[in-house]
Write a new protein. Sequence first.
Length: 603
Amino acid sequence: MDANKMNVGGLLKKLLPYVLPYRWLLTLTLVLTLIGSLMAQVNAIVLDHAVDSINALQQAEGGFSWAQAAKLLVTISAVLLGKEVLSAFITFGQRYFGENIRINVSRDMSLKVVERIMTFRMAYFSSEDNEPGKLQTRISHGTMSLSNTVKNFFVDILPLFTSAVMALVLMFVANVYVGLVALFIVPIYFIITVRQGTRMKGGRRVIFRTHQTINNGIMNIIESMGVIKSFNREEVEKQKQAVLQENSTSQQKHTRQLSFYFEGIKTFVEQIGTVLIIILTAYLVLTDYPGMTIGKIMYHVMLFSNVSAPIRQLHRIYDDLNDALIYAEGFFGILDAEHEVEKSGTYKTEPHAGMGFNMKNVEFTYPSGTHALHDLSLTIEPGKVTALVGLSGAGKSTIVNLLDKFYTPDSGEITLDGVPLSEWDTQALRENIGLVLQKNHIFSGTIEENIRYGKPSATTEEVYEAARKAYIYDQVMALPNGFQSDALQLSGGQQQRIAIARMFLKNPPIIFLDEPTASLDAIATEQIKNSIEAIKKDRTVVIISHNIGQIVDSDAIYVLEHGHVVQHGTPAEVYHQGGLYKDIFDASARSMNAELINQYIKS
């Protein structure tokens, strides 16, 4: 992220494609801005003429005339009130159109980044910098800050600076010397503001990163609440957050202190400008300089106020802009991550039963640096059940991840149906695969919606039939709202059956089962095992399970250890070879008290 430092020009260039679709709204906003800037000068012009007219009335021969004074005051009031009414409509339109641009841009950017993330390979999400909490911060803060930048630039900055330029032009027209004084003050203020931004940018970047870490930590606490409470580690987690919050607080205080220091200097410079304008115009009036009257004193002071208005607002807008520059690095870092896009081939085929995999000399290392597979070769024959067995960390789930193209191998070759996996269209590949994991994700929504995720076009009856096959139908119907119940309220075992029902509904020719019954009780496990047995027929199945009962009837077993295949054959052949599989098998039997269970059965 740091490598992609953003500047103002680069930021506006990045934002322009999101603004251009709303060019008509933008044009209306700019037209209203121009009119509003002209209207902003009316008060100074009216005040100039009012002061000189009142002064002339007082000095008129024959004495003061109330009739003329009343006419003058009515005229001034009518002009000023009419200007305010017109300005109110102009300001409303300008802000309304400008806010519409901001809202539309915010929506488009949010959709774009979500669409972009969907194309990334799984390795992107395995990186420490892309943990869920950090990504959420980069996206949410980035969208909000960048859309506010659009508003600041087109709704706030342009009106202010257009008004300032017009006021400065009027000052020069009235008196060059006064105009030069105003023009001299403005760049000094800009220099101070730019210096402020430079000094504070590093602190803002630290604050942003701290916010990412804090948000990620809070998300981890929420997800791990059961573990935290079971170990009575509330105080430990509280202290971790306290340290992060203290660092963030300290950095924010330092950054704000620096901001207040610069703002104080800028306010002082602005007041110096006002004093100089008053002194110079008063001097010119007293020396009877041509065109300079008492009214011109107020005229120039008010015009300088219009010149300094953006100066008074600039620090806020500049602060927001600097925040946007920091957030833009993370946000556009996501959109510009071309190398993270999941590569897809073009090969497609209709699903069929004779689809098998072949892995040859495959090496794979996770982004974290874990070398998971070493020169691994195996064959998953079409229409057969292949079991992957091994201790935790042996590489079993990694193989499934590679076969589903979640990751790509460092070297070696993987083929499906005789075609290299890299040449397969990724969506076509995954349409042919049904995946049931040890822990499956349940989306926020109804039970029916979650099951239908396996096949969006499925009929209600098809959804119900999938639920029956997963032995969850009766339990769902017993709920007050049946299939319209909230799926997140189900137990872990019930959620696992929902995931299995999705797979039944999808009905693919290839099935990956990674500990599919880990969250189920013994009876549910037996029910699901019977359902899976039915769906295995004429399909290519890869199963990972520590439950020996689920793999002993496999057609082939590959035993893995530290990313290597150490044994291969039918379950009986591999068992009689001795070695790791026999150790796992015997340990499983002992853990189940198989001998004692056998005695119970015989008795």
